[in-house]
Design a protein around this ligand. Structure first.
Ligand code: SAH
Length: 385
């Protein structure tokens, strides 16, 4: 049986692009894609893949809907539409998370919880988000509702915890807007601490519902280890961790640096990052909540310097204000982590035209069966600049 037959919704779902291709072949295709895009700048090293490329996603999101015949379904939006494709289990998602989502679906009728209708705004349950700390086993369930009241809340928590005692926290998130964003602003914790913890590279991190956290922790550890190795830290450096999320890279690098400054736009993520620095006893790490470009520009205008800059922007890549300011801070090394080699290639063009030399690109397969690849590129200050 090939993989396409193993996933009945492969063609409709849009989450995977390579489900019908052997893992070996996928790796060759990703290697070739990264080679094409980054070869003009530097040597591209062999991609680092997974021993077991299944069920690697620690975060699972399901949208809820009702079929015309009344059957409740949960799954994903069909690519480029708002039609819901029913998914019971998925080859790349955490199996425990999928089981929790199926059981929540099974509980809705007896709790008289209606699924939310995007067109009319009628109904309650929009999405369920499950996150599992692979190292700690902690599980967070986020119920995204169209309005704040969950009927028989306490009994719902009890019933769900009875089925899955591993759940350590349950949060209600209210999203009453007509939007394609999954999470709304307002949150209420109805069970546990409101966040989970996970361990990466020996450090413990708390993760709140709205904070970004890498979806494939097995590959993330390999990626961070390479990124920190490439930074060439000796303990004397002033390091910037830009687009830092909950502070993972900076905190993992902190023992080898003099000072680490993290910059991140998402308030909840920065709150997690501050607590994470404390939790791991890193006294030389501080964080700013701001647009990374703005902070870097401010630092450049105040004549500040940095020795190493880690940057890990979203899929859209970085921007010129950020990059121009980094160049003004004159770091010896820039370690650029990216989940989109196309925007990374665009940004490398800027850096290599402005006094930096790309030394090597290291691809990591953080997203098996999808068309996405993570890459880490080292840039060093060219002598003449
Ligand atoms: N380095 C982290 C997070 C990478 S994801 C990790 O490995 O886990 C990219 C992060 O950039 C997200 O947390 C997102 O909230 C943040 N971000 C997006 N645009 C930003 C901007 N303009 N300035 C600062 N941070 C931004």
């Amino acid at each position: 049986m090939n993989k396409a037959e193993r996933c009945p919704v492969y063609k409709k779902c849009g989450g995977c692009q390579y489900q019908d291709i052997s893992y070996k072949k996928q790796m060759e295709m990703k290697q070739e894609q990264v080679r094409k895009l980054l070869k003009p700048f530097c040597r591209v090293y062999p991609i680092v893949g997974m021993e077991n490329p299944y069920h690697y996603r620690n975060k699972v999101h399901a949208v809820f809907d009702r079929r015309p015949d009344g059957a409740i379904i949960s799954g994903v939006y069909e690519e480029k539409t708002h039609r819901v494709v029913a998914v019971d289990d998925c080859l790349i998602e955490d199996e425990k998370a999928d089981a929790i989502i199926r059981d929540i679906r099974g509980m809705l009728r007896s709790f008289k919880i209606k699924t939310y209708d995007e067109d009319t705004g009628y109904g309650l349950l929009r999405h369920v988000l499950v996150r599992r700390g692979f190292a700690t086993g902690e599980i967070m369930v986020v119920l995204v509702l169209g309005s704040p009241i969950l009927p028989s809340k306490n009994n719902f928590v009890k019933a769900l915890r009875k089925l899955h005692p591993e759940i350590t926290t349950i949060v209600i998130n209210v999203n009453n807007k007509k939007t394609s964003m999954v999470l709304g602003e307002k949150e209420t914790v109805i069970y546990g601490r409101g966040y989970i913890e996970d361990v990466l590279c020996g450090q413990t991190f708390r993760i709140s519902p709205k904070s970004f956290y890498q979806v494939n922790p097995v590959q993330t550890e390999k990626l961070y280890a390479k990124a920190i190795e490439l930074a060439g830290l000796t303990g004397r450096e002033r390091v910037i961790d830009a687009y830092c999320g909950i502070g993972t890279i900076g905190i993992c690098a902190a023992d080898r640096a003099r000072e680490v400054i993290g910059v991140e736009l998402n308030r909840d993520a920065v709150r997690d990052a501050v607590r994470n620095a404390k939790r791991n006893e890193k006294k030389n790490v501080s964080f700013y909540t701001a647009d990374a470009g703005k902070i870097m520009l401010q630092m450049a205008e105040q004549g500040e310097r940095a020795d190493v800059v880690f940057m890990d922007p979203p899929r859209s890549g970085s921007d010129e204000i950020f990059m121009a300011s980094v160049v003004r801070l004159r770091p010896k090394r820039i370690v650029y982590i990216s989940c989109n080699p196309e925007t990374q290639a665009r940004d490398l063009k800027y850096f290599t035209s402005n006094g930096y030399r790309a030394e090597g690109a290291y691809p990591f397969d953080c997203f098996p069966f999808t068309g996405h690849t993570e890459t880490c590129v080292l840039l060093t200050k060219a002598n003449r600049a």
